[in-house]
Design a protein around this ligand. Structure first.
Ligand code: NAD
Length: 259
């Protein structure tokens, strides 16, 4: 059986937790050689879990909003594995969930620096390596919040709409280079970021309500986003470029059905 990411050198940001961690475990199972990046030290635990399951992964603590640190981890992946075939720019934070008149410029900057500038820096430095090689795949984590309103605060939603625009515009800028770029847009997934929502619902005995408006009648799981990112990074997606793929159980394409 052919593995979907056999021998590919891939960087994953935000790999200490949630979607990034699930992606590390899945990509490694499919043969990728990984450099796992996070600002949290727990990224080492993800790399250890990958190695314990027979995969290849190194860990690196870095902040995706620092250009010097992004440039350095991209260079580290190339020097370790001789190439950079893919990057999953997935690190992100929530925040700025406040009423319009209470929001500050600092709330905006905090979220934009990680979610949008962080994605931009990963795209920029990955492309610097991939374009001369004439190949590569980039996937950024956006969100359903970047497609429709109603999830997350204003800065978060705007940052994720910005990520979608970054992907679409970069696909054009990279035309003819052999490098593809796409976004994955998760719906509500139980991870570190959303743990409080799920904990609160469980405390109130309301957990079943979380997925009530979703056509699949449930929230999603981190490995389901990892699968979509893996597809977009793999050669199976060789003609998929500049897209924002919603992985949300159908939430953004549906109106609630009135029985
Ligand atoms: P998570 O909190 O479990 O994981 C996010 C990881 O990013 C953490 O390990 C965190 O330390 C890391 N990170 C944050 N800022 C960083 C920085 N400056 N530099 C390096 N690493 C940093 O949450 P998650 O849900 O797995 O989030 C992954 C991505 O998915 C994010 O971009 C998030 O916005 C997006 N997303 C999540 C959901 C959801 O419901 N969980 C929905 C839509 C989109």
């Amino acid at each position: 059986m052919t593995l979907k990411l056999e021998g590919k050198s891939i960087v994953i940001t935000g790999a200490a937790s949630g979607i990034g961690r699930a992606s590390a475990l899945l990509f490694a199972q499919e043969g990728a050689k990984l450099l796992l990046v996070d600002r949290a030290d727990e990224v080492e635990a993800t790399a250890s879990a990958v190695r314990a399951s027979g995969g290849t992964a190194d860990a690196r603590v870095a902040d995706v909003s620092s250009e010097a640190e992004v440039e350095a981890f991209v260079a580290a992946a190339v020097s370790r594995h001789g190439a950079l075939d893919g990057i999953f720019a997935n690190a992100g934070i929530s925040g700025g969930v406040r009423a319009l008149d209470e929001l500050t410029a600092e709330d905006w900057l905090r979220v934009l620096n990680v979610n949008l500038i962080g994605a931009f820096l990963a795209v920029k430095h990955a492309a610097r390596v991939m374009v001369p090689a004439g190949r590569g795949a980039i996937v950024c984590t956006a969100s359903v919040a970047g497609i429709r309103s109603g999830a997350g605060g204003l800065p978060y939603s705007a940052s994720k709409a910005g990520v979608i625009s970054l992907v679409q515009t970069t696909a054009n800028q990279l035309a003819g280079s052999g490098v593809r770029i796409n976004a994955v847009c998760p719906g509500l997934i139980e991870t570190g970021m959303t743990q409080a929502i799920f904990d609160r619902a469980r405390e109130r005995g309301n957990e079943h309500k979380i997925g009530q408006l979703n056509p699949l009648r449930r929230s999603g799981q981190a490995h389901e986003i990892a699968s979509a990112a893996m597809f977009l990074l793999s050669d199976s997606a060789s003609y998929v470029n500049g897209q924002a793929l919603a992985v949300d159980g159908g939430l953004t394409s549906s109106l609630p059905v009135v029985p």
